[in-house]
Design a protein around this ligand. Structure first.
Ligand code: ADP
Ligand code: ZN
Ligand code: ZN
Length: 823
């Protein structure tokens, strides 16, 4: 066999795959999609993915060998790699970036640096060891080889890497690389009888052995029953220790006793992490006539359009329709992907779907532990069982083999867009591509479709189905505005609440209803300032004012996470005059507690939902009326379904409406309509109060009438006039640098280079609203290309420009990246 070479994808932001020689003993075993370990550079090992194999030797450099193969199987399935390439092409990023985003960390072995003592080293005048260095050397002498993190743990030294680097530089220690595999499968303990089924003698002996020991007997009986040991002809079932203990209420000591007597065997077994324990009805919801019609229209539409939009008002029962579609897909033995924009939404949805589909439902998102994610990945890899995966955007990357449908719920949501790091993709659009690679259908659902999607549906590019009545014909909520300019003038406010808002809240609460208070800002107060000299604390690394968080009693930067103490004395004028200004959800919660002291309050924002269970607890507690008031950021606006909410209040609509960006009107309308959709979902009409200083703004008018179409017609005219999507495709080119002058100069040259090629399709450079993040200054160049322009061509020009620019010495330290279809 001739020598073979492999193209390997590495998790690096480099625009290429890398060629490695396949050692002879591996040639037979190697496959596309397999994980291999290769060396890159002089010190690092990486897990790469085999992209292709060929006998053609690369020219001009020496190729390294593949170090080892990690599994005997491919960890990807067709067309996954094809999708990775599509993403890398379309979103102008490297294939390595896509690989990094696509594969859970547990499947990416990474090298960790190990340190050991160099026996030949001697301390002398030139190479004196510091006290800390001596401690580290003694530790290494004692323990041999240690990882850098172990050294930190054992010495308690923080940031020991500097010390270690010095030790390396003077030759006291040497570095070696050892690979760590992170993934651990989950094991559970099981119990079984030593006697084989049918061995009645053995069983008698067992009972004799526990005579007089009541608890041991109980356990034995339970085990026999649960395993179906005596059931004729049936296979025995495995019984876990946890189940057995729960059933019998005995302690593990009893299990040990039985094991000692040789009656039972205790063994460990790898299990999957997503067993469902609730009640499964396997019953599809009965659809209303309107829903039935919509379902039929969707099926009809799919025969002509692979992609169809379901425009269904809030609480029209879109989920019910999805469930029917999913069940059809499962009946065809196919897989389905159900995308949701926000992890918070998986909770309620999972319950609803599991009730119907039981263990066919799998959940996948970034809040899951890595091990859990690897488990799902492996399950899809090895089984072709029909299933429904509910997931946030990263679930697009799972190894599906047989997709029949992809449902993108709340398709308008900006959280489908990944901003950072690359790939900066929109999961809705990638979903469409993924579905088409599988020959599957895509259903986009929303009460407030994105302008682009609605336009495509209206112009016949997508199929279009409408469902404009709520389930059981509940009327859409009534929307009232409170003019805050007037309210403030007449002293009709109490903190951030206007009097009419408080009255409405009292009325709702007195009627035993729940209310939602929406405020799109987290923390206690968005700003601090000196009353005397107007000094405001800013982040050292970013160009933003700091938010005061009362719980931590810290000023926190929402862009880089840095925190600072709140100064009591102004550092500028030395007066004790620093005050905090404005309102965040933390402060609103406090106000609400003062206004409605006899009601329990829940708060849902980034700070209260740091881990997976927090979300679920808040949603569950609110559903179960453990609290009557829910305060929250945009997290409360989306898809949640609470029965008891009769009032939604929006405390500051201006902030949504006045954002300077071509999508701000769309975003504001969507958010306001969606949050109002949380009101009055059962039986009675709900009410929404919007506080604004601009009640005559056209968006507010459309909102009052729930007039999505009116809003669309208004907005699409603006887009047309100013040449924005869907009439063009927008690409932002970001430049970042530590030095503002260098950046400013280079950005201007960059833009003029681009102008020579793209003409008046280039705008900028401009400083974004937040012009410095994490010590890097930022400039943005906007490119508007025709929607039908070839992305391959655009990409080529952009890449050429980058390479030309790269010749300039001042480009050193410049970060350049693209955001295609920014949101
Ligand atoms: P949407 O996703 O369109 O906002 P949902 O699917 O959440 O609406 O439905 C709103 C509420 O109405 C849910 O509580 C849901 O259970 C109920 N509902 C909708 N359709 C039906 C149906 N056909 N049978 C029973 N309940 C339904
Ligand atoms: Zn001051
Ligand atoms: Zn910062």
């Amino acid at each position: 066999m001739p020598q073979q070479y492999a193209e390997v994808i590495l998790p690096l932001p480099l625009n290429a795959t890398f060629t490695y020689r396949i050692p002879e003993d591996m040639v037979q075993r190697i496959k596309v999609g397999q994980r291999v370990i290769v060396q890159f550079g002089s010190k690092k090992f990486y897990t790469g993915i085999i992209e292709s194999i060929s006998p053609i030797a690369p020219e001009g450099y020496e190729v390294k060998d593949i170090v080892s193969i990690l599994d005997d199987f491919s960890i990807t399935k067709h067309p996954q790699l094809k999708l990775w390439h599509w993403i890398s092409e379309y979103y102008l990023c490297s294939i390595g970036d896509v690989y990094k985003a696509a594969v859970p960390a547990g499947l990416k072995v990474e090298s960790e640096t190990f340190i050991e003592l160099d026996k030949d080293f001697e301390e002398d005048e030139e190479n004196r060891l510091s006290e800390r260095e001596v401690i580290i050397c003694q530790l290494l002498e004692h323990e041999g080889k240690l990882s850098t993190s172990d050294i930190e743990k054992k010495t308690g030294f923080k940031n020991s890497l500097n010390i270690i680097n010095h030790l390396i530089s003077i030759g006291a220690v040497i570095v070696s690389e050892k690979l760590i595999e992170r993934y651990r499968s989950k094991k559970e303990t099981y119990i079984k009888l030593m006697a084989e089924p049918g061995d009645s003698d053995g069983l008698h002996k067992a009972f004799d052995a526990v005579k007089g020991a009541k608890k041991q007997e109980t356990l034995l009986l339970a085990l026999i029953e649960m395993s179906g040991f005596t059931r004729k002809g049936a296979e025995t079932l495995e019984v876990s220790r946890a189940q057995l203990l729960e059933r019998t209420g005995v302690t593990t000591a009893i299990i040990s006793a039985l094991a000692k007597k040789g009656i039972i065997e205790v063994y460990k077994k790898e299990i999957n992490r997503f067993q469902f324990s609730g009640v499964v009805t396997y019953k599809l919801p009965t659809l209303s006539e309107a829903q039935e019609n919509a379902l039929n229209s969707i099926t009809d539409s799919f025969s002509e359009h692979a992609i169809t939009l379901l425009h269904g008002v809030t609480s029209s029962g879109k989920t019910e329709i999805y469930i029917h579609l999913l069940s059809r897909i499962l009946q065809q033995s196919k897989q389905a992907l159900f995308l949701v924009p926000e992890i918070a939404l998986t909770t309620q949805l999972t319950h609803r779907l599991q009730k119907v589909f039981g263990e066919r439902v799998l959940i996948y998102h970034s809040r899951f532990s890595d091990n859990e994610r690897v488990d799902i990945w492996k399950k899809l890899l090895t089984e072709d069982e029909p299933c429904v995966v509910i997931g946030a955007r990263s679930s697009l990357f799972l190894p599906f083999s047989n997709l029949g449908i992809v449902i993108v719920d709340e398709e308008h949501e900006s959280s489908y867009k990944q901003y950072d790091p690359a790939p900066r993709y929109n999961a809705r659009d990638v979903a469409i591509v993924l579905a088409s690679m599988h020959g599957a259908k895509t259903l986009l659902g929303s009460a407030t479709p994105s302008i682009e999607t609605y336009y495509k549906a209206k112009t016949g590019k997508f199929g279009f189905v409408e469902l404009l009545t709520r389930y059981e014909n509940v009327t859409l909520p009534q929307i009232e505005t409170v003019d805050m300019t007037i309210a403030r003038k007449r002293y009709l406010t109490n903190g951030s609440f206007a009097k009419p808002t408080i009255d409405a809240a009292n009325e709702a609460l007195n009627n035993k209803n729940q209310i939602i208070v929406f405020h799109n800002r987290r923390g206690f107060a968005p700003m601090a300032r000196c009353k005397q000299c107007a000094w405001t604390p800013k982040c050292e690394h970013c160009d933003v004012s700091l938010t005061y968080h009362r719980f931590q009693n810290q000023l926190i930067c929402h862009y880089c996470g840095a925190s600072y103490p709140l100064p009591t004395i102004c550092p500028a004028c030395k007066e004790p005059a620093v005050e905090i200004l404005g309102y965040g959800t933390e402060r609103i919660e406090e106000e609400v507690a003062n206004l409605f002291p006899e009601h329990k309050i829940l708060r849902m924002d980034l700070d209260t939902t740091r881990n997976k269970d927090n979300y679920e607890n808040i949603i569950e507690d609110f559903s179960n009326h453990k609290a009557n008031i829910l305060v929250g950021t945009q997290m409360v606006t989306k898809g949640l379904d609470f029965g008891g909410v009769s009032l939604v209040t929006v405390l500051n609509a201006d902030r949504l409406i006045n954002f300077p960006d071509f999508r701000s009107a769309e975003r504001a309308y969507n958010m306001l309509e969606q949050v109002s959709g949380r009101a009055g979902r059962r039986n009675t009409q709900g009410k929404v109060i919007v506080q604004t200083s601009n009640p005559s703004h056209p968006i507010i008018d459309f909102l009052k009438n729930h007039d999505y179409t009116g809003f669309f017609n208004h907005e699409i005219e603006e887009r047309k006039e100013f040449n924005y999507p869907p009439f063009t495709r927008v690409i932002y080119i970001y430049l970042k640098h530590r030095d503002n002058n260098t950046l400013s100069e280079i950005a201007t040259i960059y833009a003029s280079h681009l102008r020579q090629l793209f003409g008046n399709r280039v705008f900028g450079p401009e400083e974004p609203i937040i012009s410095r993040i994490q010590s890097l200054y930022i400039r943005k160049i906007m490119l508007k290309v025709e929607t039908n322009a070839s992305m391959a061509k655009v990409k080529k020009i952009l890449r050429n420009t980058y390479e030309q620019m790269h010749q300039l010495p001042r480009m050193k330290g410049m970060i350049v990246y693209y955001d295609v279809d920014p949101m």
